[in-house]
Design a protein around this ligand. Sequence first.
Ligand code: PAF
Length: 278
Amino acid sequence: MQTVTTLAELRLALERLPGPVGFVPTMGYLHAGHVSLAERARKECASVVASIFVNPTQFGPNEDLAKYPRDLPRDLALLEAAGVDLVWTPTPEVVYPPGFQTWVTVEGLTSPLEGAQRPGHFCGVTTVVAKLFNAVGPQKAYFGQKDAQQAAVIRRMTKDLDFPIEIVVCPTVRAADGLAMSSRNTYLNPEERQAATVLFRSLTAAKAAYETGERDAERLRQIMRDAINAEPLVRLQYVSCADYDTLEELTQVTGKSLLSMAVFVGKTRLIDNFVIGE
Ligand code: PAF
């Protein structure tokens, strides 16, 4: 596995890789979810490229970029074990050189849910992902279902900007007790880690209600709210039962839909979702 930093090094290394190229963009501090993306890419593509870049432009002023966990040697070992061929670890100066002033914005889809709580976040995500796509030029790119809105926004951007890239969305990887893998889980103390299972429990309760015939979206949202409010260490930010493609809140569930939520467990913000009505 080769590791490169500059754009020139990346371009040279890419010349030697046979296609199709599968791309796994990450912000590092990898967990089993990232590894599952790299393994899927390994199965489906002749070459696998990953990037590790903690993208400053997708962090809000109150979100601690400096505190974001980092462990490059461990990340490289995990990517190598997953069969990745090339890792790009650009510096902020490589991605945002002096004078940088071009942004990629997806409208509409970025307004609700995460977009409403984290102004500017998706603009940072789409700008960096567009730059990464341009630099790597993959045939396929892999993202996790855990960031469902991010996946929807990137699908939209890819279509709207005619990137010839297939977006592959892979299932959320969970701990044995249901907690979705996230780099932010490392911030949780043991009591918070236990309380954090409420995301999975509340989604499971709403899904069970859906499966036994509940179609009233507000009832499903209330089931999730009730479960979360019963957990004293957890503060609800939002729950949603929305159309899977448009992310508009539903009154009735009639087709593929997204149950999702964001909560604070102590100071740590966690999100999770289930797809229903597939
Ligand atoms: O999901 C992430 O880790 C990031 O948002 C991404 C897609 C790598 C862009 O920085």
